[in-house]
Design a protein around this ligand. Structure first.
Ligand code: KPL
Length: 308
């Protein structure tokens, strides 16, 4: 399968490298320099859970590309821009594997091909140009976003990922929505707390960090049910705990953002929970506090867009 990985950050680079190991897959990474120029010169080096080097194609120009599949791995605030570039190319399917909510909506708003929602709990950190550390072997869940996307596409994409050794689950339309809320709970618990406390994911497995898991699961669960997604608080707490364990060594993407003084995805994670909860009269004080703290950090550094 020809696969474009649109967004060669930590997770995009890791997933692209794993896919590029399959002889039948042709992989093109879309990213920024100097990462892209380094990959072109000496390949992409993965260390950590496994160590290997692959030589995928790499480009800084995401326009006019053609492939069977585009995996979107850009930060959520870049999804609109990614969709505009993807629109100039030709793809049989596009699949979001991003953090936060709203990505699939942004993609379906601009693209005519089938769009799959997706989540991944792999842990990865980009340590330098052409280098990524694989810190946590997680799961990938994909599923059709619109009723019109409910054909064989998700199963074919699932097979292509399974060929690369991914633990992949193909859900239906209701299933992928429920799994996105589970991943939202995982990110709402892990990302801001690790970023603010400057700790690795595993610190949420022990007291006092572990004290945050249950209130966040409860708040996200109440909000999910208020918007009509059937998920229990226990399932969300279990999802958080299993990702904490599987990615214990990892620095979350938000911790990496804070260290690099980059804008974070807080608005589409805890901010999304606060806004949906507010529409339905659900109290979410823990999520609100985390959202406020990260927004304050971003505002101090002029990292917030003027309209946010
Ligand atoms: O999605 C992640 C992230 O860091 O953004 C997890 C799965 C929590 C891994 O760190």
């Amino acid at each position: 399968m020809e696969i474009v990985v649109f967004g060669a950050g930590s997770i995009g680079s890791l997933l692209g490298a794993l896919l590029a190991r399959v002889p039948d897959h042709g992989v093109t990474l879309v990213g920024r320099d100097p990462h892209v120029s380094t990959i072109r010169r000496r390949g992409l080096e993965v260390t950590g859970i496994e160590s290997f080097t692959v030589e995928p194609r790499a480009t800084t120009d995401g326009t006019g590309l053609t492939a069977d599949l585009a995996l979107v791995t850009v930060k959520a605030y870049d999804t609109e821009a990614a969709a505009r570039e993807l629109r100039t190319g030709e793809f049989r399917a596009v699949c979001s594997l991003q953090n936060g909510m709203g990505n699939e909506k942004a993609l379906t708003g601009r693209l005519d091909c089938p769009v799959l929602g997706g989540t991944t709990s792999y842990g990865a950190v980009r340590t330098g140009p052409g280098e990524v550390v694989w810190n946590g072997a997680g799961e990938v869940v994909i599923g059709p976003w619109r009723p019109s996307d409910e054909d064989e596409t998700a199963a074919e994409v699932g097979d292509a990922m399974a060929a690369a050794g991914f633990d992949v689950d193909v859900a239906d339309g209701a299933g992928i929505r429920r799994r996105l809320w589970e991943k939202l709970a995982v990110n709402a618990a892990i990302n801001p707390t690790t970023a603010l406390a400057r700790i690795e994911n595993g610190a949420l497995g022990d007291e006092p960090g572990a004290d945050l898991v249950e209130p966040i699961a409860r708040e996200v669960g109440a909000t999910a049910r208020a918007v009509g997604v059937s998920v229990s608080d226990e399932a969300l707490a279990d999802a958080i705990e299993s990702v904490v364990t599987a990615t214990a060594e990892n620095e979350s993407s938000m911790y990496a953002d804070v260290q690099a003084a980059r804008r974070t995805e807080i608005d589409v994670i805890n901010g999304y929970v606060v806004e949906r909860a507010g529409e339905h009269g659900v109290e979410v004080p823990t999520n609100r506090a985390l959202w406020t703290l990260l927004r304050a950090w971003e505002a101090e550094r002029d990292l917030r867009p003027v309209d946010a």
